[in-house]
Design a protein around this ligand. Structure first.
Ligand code: DGL
Length: 274
């Protein structure tokens, strides 16, 4: 009897959605990797665009916003939460883990693979002020980059432009030129994207970086980690039917619709207050 109850409860959890949140639309770059690796999983994505960017907010603010998003996803019955935001991960995930009884997956800048592969002994990282000033980032960077030059640049101004969805705005190129110049001067051969919004800049970055500079982001690693944690907790969805792919934003729909245009027949995008 007890075993039967456990079995029913667990299979209900297995079919529950994966909850994902970001300060805005950027975490859709992570959602795409998760959906590609786990195509039968239901997902519920929160774009907290009304409060974006998180990058220049205080740690207290970032924690409060992350808790708000977590509680929304918990109310919707999510089985796991992916914090698809480097700024929220580096500032809030340890607090979330102590306060909520659900597995959390975070995203952190992939400096380790860059540090392992660099030939010039010089790598660059573009991330938000919130990520680069966090204790978690500092600790990781110190242990990994021993003897390697790490040029840290705050991607000031990039997130609001990406949130607008205008990738042809000349201001984007001007800002990137400014942000990339100290890295190019430092002869980097790897650029680490430390913000989930930035993968959408890859076409522009490729145009602007010297040939041979590799761009690294953490999206695929986060998807693999999500799969591993679901497996460990016996939470993978055994059903193989078309999943429910729900997106909520508390701002306008346009940029989400643009970034998800290849999935438009599969996803539902709605505006909601949260
Ligand atoms: N997408 C976010 C990150 O990965 C946050 C950007 C922001 O809101 O400043 O850091």
């Amino acid at each position: 009897m007890l075993w039967g109850l456990f079995y029913t409860f667990n299979s209900m959890k297995q079919t529950a959605p994966i909850g994902i949140f970001d300060s805005g639309v950027g975490g859709t770059s992570i959602w795409k990797e998760i959906h590609q690796l786990l195509p039968y999983e239901h997902t519920l994505y929160l774009a907290d665009s009304k409060y974006a960017p998180y990058g220049n907010r205080s740690k207290e603010d970032i924690v409060a916003l992350s808790k708000k998003n977590t509680e929304f996803l918990l109310d919707k019955g999510c089985k796991i939460i992916v914090v698809a935001c480097n700024t929220a991960t580096t500032n809030a995930i340890s607090i979330l883990r102590t306060q909520y009884d659900i597995p959390f997956i975070g995203i952190e800048p992939a400096i380790k693979p860059a540090a392992l592969k660099t030939q010039t002994q010089s790598i660059g990282i573009l991330a938000t002020r919130g990520t680069l000033s966090s204790e978690l980032f500092h600790k990781t960077a110190e242990t990994i980059t021993n003897g390697i030059k790490l040029t840290e640049v705050v991607g000031e101004g990039l997130v609001p432009l990406i949130e607008k969805g205008d990738f042809n705005d000349p201001a984007l190129k001007t800002l990137l030129q400014k942000h990339l110049s100290p890295m190019i001067e430092a002869d980097i051969d790897h650029l680490v994207l430390g913000c989930s919004h930035y993968p959408y800049l890859v076409p522009l970055l490729k145009e602007m970086l010297p040939e041979g500079v590799k761009i690294i982001d953490s999206g695929e690693a986060v998807a693999r980690q999500t799969q591993a944690v679901l497996k460990k907790h016996d939470l993978l969805n055994p059903e193989q039917s078309s999943p429910n792919l729900q997106f909520y934003t508390n701002a306008e729909l346009d940029t989400l619709q643009l970034l998800l245009k290849d999935y438009r027949n599969k996803v539902t995008i709605e505006k909601k207050n949260f």
